[in-house]
Design a protein around this ligand. Structure first.
Ligand code: FES
Length: 146
């Protein structure tokens, strides 16, 4: 009999890696929260990034199907240790291939790709805002008192 799911999917689904949350208020943490229009499943993926732009830690929570859980579990292991740029290039087709997802489950791996992008975007926005907030104020011209 043909199995519906590849064993890698089952393995990640039954013992997902890196489930949990990071502190979303930590300035070194980027949070991605995405939903699939196709099925309504939701995935949260968080990255903790060091000063060199390397992903040190990854956590996820997925309220979705087995393939979505397996996809997110897989990517948390895959992007740990990558630069933001490298992680941003992870394609859902790679995830689907690695997990041997059937075509009908492609959108589940798309959720993981979107979640990574979203987490990177959040992290970069935080950095930009932080840099703006801590930038040295412009020297004010002295005002002569009348
Ligand atoms: Fe929706 Fe898999 S069926 S993410």
């Amino acid at each position: 009999a043909k199995r519906a799911y590849h064993e890698k999917v089952i393995n990640h689904y039954e013992s997902p890696r890196n489930v949990g949350s990071l502190n979303k208020n930590d300035p070194t943490v980027g949070t991605g929260l995405v939903g699939s229009p196709a099925c309504g499943d939701v995935m949260k993926l968080q990255i903790k990034v060091d000063d060199d732009g390397i992903i040190q830690d990854v956590k996820f929570k997925t309220f979705g199907c087995g393939s979505a859980i397996a996809s997110s579990s897989f990517v948390t292991e895959h992007i740990k240790g990558l630069s933001l740029e490298q992680a941003g290039q992870v394609k859902n087709t790679e995830i689907a291939k690695e997990l041997s997802l059937p075509p009908v489950k492609l959108h589940c791996s798309m959720l993981a790709e979107d979640a990574i992008r979203s987490a990177i975007r959040d992290y970069k926005t935080k950095r930009t805002n932080l840099a703006a907030a801590t930038a040295a104020p412009e020297p004010q011209p002295e005002v002569a008192m009348a």
